[in-house]
Design a protein around this ligand. Structure first.
Ligand SMILES: *[C@@H]1O[C@H](CO)[C@@H](O)[C@H](O)[C@H]1NC(C)=O
Ligand SMILES: *[C@@H]1O[C@H](CO)[C@@H](O)[C@H](O)[C@H]1NC(C)=O
Length: 407
């Protein structure tokens, strides 16, 4: 998720947390709070500009120069501004490729600074077509930020995920158009007899990654120590009722849900979680909500189908920039626009710590373990089983009949 509020107003958050301790009533926001938010947005722009100018000193490789990275990290440009460990010196370009794909000298570690969700899908596809760029043995880490479901994690922490779930083909009725018996749940665009029945699918709804790889990365990545969020955010997280939310930042093992639509609040959060559970037959733990991941996975999965990369080497490690719903004393609107994505900075620094540890593991154990690859220990792939195997989280055969997809 792109952070529109990279730095939040600590005063606003502190006031909201304090209000939680002194009154059970929702807090009324003054106009001043909105002005704070405007100021903060300006800061985010400055961050982006600084990062962009830092990349202008890159050397561009002669078109067609071969590069076979061991690791590729995919994130938004501003998110790379919080990664200091690697010196990306050389960039590679190709037809219809307008993003920054740059590697360390020697090409062991590369980064793709790209856009979000569907935009990033086309950008990754054009990356896969650059002559000389060889990702067949590359470990690909999709990162960035997202909102956290307070049931599974806390703001400023991070998640490592096995499932990527798309909330894009949702069917939405609003207000009085909503059939009474559908009780406010989102459900699939295509034939679905009831919100609780397995729907017809288009195939991009779920990708399951290599669970054995995620096990290893979780072991390595959860050993690093995380910084805490500022005191005002600590006070706010204490007002959540869920135990995970009250913790200091940690690496959670749970899954991502993404869409072009930015959602926030209890109603949207619970409905999206409900759909995520239906579409994975209850196998996922949906915790990281954002506007990035599924576009990236769509392109990477297609690349794997066409043997441009190994899907068994793809992982997702994402920061939690904020909670995806409010604590009891705030409205969703207050939580979204006054608290905002307040934990973006500690969250990114923490998730980069985990990623740096994982990259170190890959480089140090390349010949012993990673070059040959880590065999998946459970089903890996999509609902349509395009990489082979038998899905263990629901298949199209369970779909409601009569859809436009012809199921
Ligand atoms: C890609 O890189 C791998 C290992 O680095 C190598 O085995 C393979 O031949 C390369 N493929 C191409 C098309 O260059
Ligand atoms: C919900 O109500 C509609 C009529 O409003 C009906 O056509 C449909 O079958 C009902 N669905 C369920 C699952 O009860």
């Amino acid at each position: 998720m792109k952070s529109y509020i990279a730095n939040f107003s600590r005063a606003v958050v502190a006031a909201l947390a304090l209000a939680a301790l002194t009154t059970a009533n929702p807090v009324t926001l003054e106009i001043g709070s909105c002005q704070d938010v405007t100021t903060i947005t300006t800061t985010a722009t400055i961050t982006a500009t600084t990062s962009a100018s830092a990349t202008s000193s890159l050397v561009t490789a002669t078109p067609g120069t071969p590069v076979s990275p061991k690791v590729l990290i995919i994130a938004n440009e501003f998110e790379f501004g919080y990664l200091e460990e690697y010196d990306f010196t050389t960039q590679y370009t190709g037809d219809m490729f307008e993003e920054v794909f740059a590697c360390t000298t020697g090409g062991a570690i590369c980064k793709l600074a790209c856009g979000q969700e569907l935009v990033s899908a086309s950008q990754i596809t054009s990356l896969l077509l650059i002559p000389g760029v060889n990702l067949t043995q590359t470990y690909i880490i999709v990162t960035g930020t997202g909102g956290v479901n307070p049931k599974y994690g806390t703001a400023g922490g991070a998640a490592i995920s096995t499932f990527g779930i798309q909330w894009e083909w949702g069917n939405m009725f609003l207000g009085t158009d909503l059939p009474a018996n559908f009780s406010g749940q989102y459900f699939s665009s295509y034939a679905q007899d009831a919100p609780w029945k397995y729907p017809s699918t288009v195939g991009t709804e779920v990708y399951k990654l290599n669970e054995a790889l995620i096990d290893r990365f979780y072991d390595v990545g959860s050993k690093v120590s995380y910084e805490d969020v500022p005191e005002s955010s600590q006070a706010l997280r204490a007002t959540y009722t869920q135990n995970a939310a009250k913790q200091a930042p940690f690496l959670a093992r749970c899954d991502t849900v993404s869409a072009q639509t930015y959602w926030h609040g209890n109603v949207a959060g619970e409905n999206v979680e409900y759909f995520a559970n239906i579409i994975t037959t209850g196998k996922a733990r949906p915790c990281n909500t954002n506007q990035d991941d599924q576009g990236r996975l769509v392109a990477l999965f297609l690349g794997a189908v066409h043997k441009k990369l190994d899907f068994g080497r793809v992982s997702m490690i994402k920061a939690f920039s904020n909670f995806d719903r409010p604590p009891p004393q705030l409205t969703a609107y207050q939580s979204r626009f006054a608290v905002g994505e307040g934990a973006t900075e500690p969250g990114l620094r923490n998730s980069w710590q985990t990623i740096v540890a994982v990259v170190k593991d890959v480089l140090e154990n390349w010949e012993a373990i990673f070059e040959a690859g880590i065999k998946p220990n459970t089903y890996m792939g999509d609902l349509k089983e395009r990489l082979g195997g038998t899905s263990d989280f629901g298949t199209t055969s369970g779909a409601a009949p009569g859809s436009v997809q012809g199921a």
